[in-house]
Design a protein around this ligand. Sequence first.
Ligand code: HEC
Length: 105
Amino acid sequence: MRRKRILAGAILLTLGCGQGGERSPAEQGQRIYVANCTACHNPNPVLDGTLGPAVAGSSRALIEARLLRAEYPPGYTPKRPTQQMVVMPYLEPYIDVLAAYLAEP
Ligand code: HEC
């Protein structure tokens, strides 16, 4: 009896991972965003957050410049004149998936 229940749980977990067990880049990006950005940005990136502005539609170049160097791409007009966002260089491997998520949250 107990064994059967464990098996059923394992099947549900597998289904939860979606087709082929792989998450799409945008889904991976959403997880990174929720875990690392929503202390300041809104969980819904279309909206302004407690501290940071709306970030939906941010380009990969903008995300990279902000996360790695606290800068902006050449010619970009920042939404805010402040310098409050911290650099997060450890997120470099996730810039692509963040860009995929913010392109169409
Ligand atoms: C400590 C709070 C904080 C965290 C955490 C944070 N941000 Fe920000 N972010 C800000 C603030 C505040 C601004 C406005 C400019 C400034 O003051 O640095 C900003 C600006 C931005 C901008 C530029 C918006 C524009 O178009 O001018 C992007 C893109 C951005 N953040 C993305 C992110 C992403 C992606 C994460 C998570 C990986 C993140 N931020 C985490 C506070 C934060």
